[in-house]
Ligand binder design. Structure first.
Ligand code: SAH
Length: 381
C-alpha cells in the first residue's frame, strides 16, 4: 500500500535552530509560535471544556459540542462534510471560524520483513514528519514525532541534522495516531513518543496531547500504554512528575559517564548524570512507574563489557528496565553498529548484575529504519 503524492519540500523562510557548540538551549522557547498564534482556534487541540466554550460562543447548544468532540477524537473525522449529524449551517460556520487539522499521508512504506509501516505525513504548512506503526504480540504500537526536526543535536540521530523547524501542535500529534488507525483499520494499543523531536522541548503541547488521547469520549487510550522518551531535560522531568500523568518515562542514557555522554549528546553539557538520574528516581517514587533507560550501542564507543558493568553499577538498586538499541547507522555520521555477539554479551552482563534488559527488536529495517531518515530521503537529502 505505497501511496506517493507530489513531493512538497518546505519553502525558505522556515526558522531552523542549529544546536550550538555548547549544546542546545532547552529553556529557550521552542520554535512553535508560527502556528500557535493563528487567529482561529485549532479545533482538534482544544480540550472538551474549551470546545464547549467555543461552540456556545457560536450560539450553538451544549450537545453540539459533544457531537463535535466525538467527530474530532472518537470518529476522527477528516473533514467537516463528514460530520453529518451537525446542521449544514453549523458546519459552514465552523469552517469559517475555526480550522480542522488533518494530516495527509504523503508516503506509506511497508516492511517486507515484519509488516511495520512507516508513514510520511504532510502537515498543513507543507512540512513533513515521520510516524511508525508496529505490530507486537501484545498489540499494535504507534511511534509519533513531537517536532519537525530536533534541536538537541544527539550525534547518532538523523532527526537533528538540520535542527528544529518547529514544534508540533497537539492536533498534529493526535492526527498521526488517528490517520494511522484509519489507514490500517487496526486497533492502536500503545503509543511511544520516540519519533523525531524532543517531547519535553514541546512541553505544553505534549501535556495537551496526553490529556486528549486519553479522553474517555475520544480515543480513550490508557495513560499507562504511553511512553515518553526524553534526552534528559531535568526541569521538565521534574515538572512532568507533578502532572499526574503516569506514562512510562524513557531516558536516553547512552553512556555511563558524563564525559562519554557529552561526546554523544550535547544535552549532557547542560545536565549531568547526577542531576538527571535523581530526577528519574523521583518520577518512579511519585508514579510507581518503572523507568526505562535507552542505551544505543555504538561499536567501540560504549559497548565494551566494562561499560556494561559500569551501567549495571549506575542503575543498581533501581526498579528499571534497560532497552538496548543497536545503533542504526546514519550516512552523515560514521558510527558503526556493534557485533551481535557483543550486544548479547552486554545484555548478559547486565542481567548477571540483576538489571532487566532487552535488545530492541529492529522493526522495519528495510524501510529507512532510523529516526528521521525517511523524511530526509523524501526531502532529497
Ligand atoms: N528526543 C527523544 C526521542 C528520540 S528517539 C529522546 O532523546 O529520547 C528515541 C530513541 O532513539 C532515543 O533514545 C534516541 O537517542 C535513539 N536514537 C536516535 N537515533 C538513533 C540511531 N540512529 N540509532 C540508535 N538509536 C537512535
Amino acid at each position: 500500500m505505497t501511496a506517493e503524492y507530489e513531493r512538497k519540500v518546505p519553502e525558505n523562510g522556515q526558522r531552523i535552530l542549529q544546536p550550538g557548540a555548547d549544546g542546545p538551549k532547552p529553556e529557550g522557547k521552542a520554535p512553535d509560535e508560527e502556528t500557535s498564534e493563528r487567529e482561529v482556534p485549532d479545533l482538534r487541540s482544544l480540550s472538551r471544556e474549551e470546545l464547549l466554550h467555543f461552540v456556545l460562543s457560536l450560539g450553538e447548544k451544549k450537545y453540539r459540542a459533544e457531537q463535535l468532540f466525538s467527530w474530532l477524537h472518537e470518529k476522527q473525522a477528516e473533514s467537516f462534510e463528514e460530520m453529518t449529524n451537525l446542521p449544514q449551517a453549523f458546519r459552514k460556520l465552523l469552517a469559517e471560524k475555526s480550522r480542522l487539522v488533518t494530516l495527509k499521508a504523503a508516503q506509506v512504506l511497508t516492511s517486507q520483513i515484519d509488516g511495520t509501516k512507516k508513514f510520511l505525513f504532510e502537515l498543513p504548512d507543507g512540512n513533513v514528519i515521520e510516524s511508525v506503526w508496529m505490530q507486537y504480540e501484545h498489540g499494535n504500537s504507534v511511534c509519533i514525532s513531537s517536532q519537525v526536526g530536533c534541536r538537541m543535536g544527539c550525534r547518532f540521530c538523523a532527526s537533528t541534522l538540520d535542527g528544529c523547524v518547529r514544534s508540533l501542535l497537539p492536533s498534529e500529534m493526535l492526527e498521526q495516531v488517528y490517520r494511522i488507525r484509519k489507514i490500517t483499520g487496526e486497533r492502536v494499543s500503545n503509543i511511544v513518543i520516540m519519533g523525531s523531536g524532543e517531547p519535553f522541548d514541546n512541553y505544553d503541547n505534549l501535556i495537551r496531547f496526553l490529556h486528549l488521547i486519553t479522553e474517555e469520549k475520544g480515543m480513550n487510550l490508557s495513560i499507562r500504554n504511553i511512553t515518553v522518551s526524553t534526552c534528559g531535560l531535568v526541569p521538565q522531568i521534574r515538572r512532568f512528575t507533578e502532572e499526574n500523568l503516569p506514562v512510562t518515562l524513557a531516558l536516553s542514557l547512552h553512556a555511563t559517564s558524563d564525559e562519554k555522554r557529552r561526546e554523544l549528546m550535547p544535552i549532557a553539557n547542560r545536565y549531568s548524570l547526577s542531576e538527571v538520574l535523581p530526577a528519574c528516581d523521583a518520577y518512579f517514587e511519585k508514579t510507581g512507574r518503572r523507568v526505562s533507560y535507552e542505551y544505543s550501542l555504538v561499536s567501540g564507543v560504549n559497548d565494551s563489557p566494562e561499560e556494561a558493568e559500569k551501567l549495571a553499577k549506575l542503575l543498581k538498586g533501581k526498579n528499571c528496565h534497560v532497552n538496548l538499541i543497536p545503533v542504526n547507522p546514519v550516512k552523515e555520521r560514521n558510527f558503526r553498529r556493534s557485533e551481535r555477539s557483543q550486544i548479547l554479551e552486554f545484555k548478559n552482563l547486565l542481567e548477571k548484575y540483576g538489571i532487566n534488559a532487552t535488545i530492541r527488536r529492529e522493526m522495519g529495517r528495510d524501510i529507512n529504519g532510523a529516526c528521521g531518515q525517511l523524511r530526509r530521503s523524501y526531502m532529497g537529502k
